[in-house]
Design a protein around this ligand. Structure first.
Ligand SMILES: [Zn+2]
Ligand SMILES: [Zn+2]
Length: 150
């Protein structure tokens, strides 16, 4: 499957190289796009999520999600660096700065959080929708993520 012209134009307008779109959605290097021509990761978007010739509502949402993850990753690195600095210095001031930055990060990127915690693996949180604990910042990969840990 190849991305159609409007999907390519929309990705370029959002500063994304259409050639990188499969990789940004978890495909391996050189793997071919198995989503739909409109850019949706679902291969049956056209005719199901919207009619042929109608603009795709999924692609803008996927693009938003992509940039949100990128920004969460960049800011997450700052949060984690402050956390490590506070660990190293043991100073209450550094700890307060790290905690405040963490709270801001959670409010921005995981607004549904009921509780959150700094753990050796990264930042975890719990929400009101289920009983699980989710890793939302992976310290090892230095990247934002959503993985169930418990
Ligand atoms: Zn779709
Ligand atoms: Zn679509």
């Amino acid at each position: 499957m190849k991305l159609n012209d409007s999907a390519r134009a929309e990705l370029r307008a959002s500063n994304i190289d259409p050639a990188e779109w499969p990789q940004l959605n978890g495909y391996g290097p050189g793997e071919e796009w198995r989503g739909d021509a409109c850019g949706c990761t679902d291969d049956r978007c056209i005719g199901h999520h919207h009619d042929e010739g109608e603009p795709c509502g999924c692609l803008p949402a996927l693009i938003d999600e992509h940039w949100k993850t990128v920004h969460a990753g960049e800011e997450g690195r700052e949060v984690w660096a402050l956390h490590e600095r506070a660990n190293a210095s043991g100073s209450a001031e550094d700890r307060a700065a790290a905690d405040q930055r963490l709270a801001e990060w959670i409010t921005t990127y995981q607004p549904g959080a009921l509780a959150f915690e700094l753990t050796p693996r990264g930042i975890t949180y719990r929400n009101q929708y289920n009983e699980h604990t989710w890793l939302v910042w992976d310290a090892e990969r230095a990247a934002a993520t959503v993985e169930q840990v418990a």
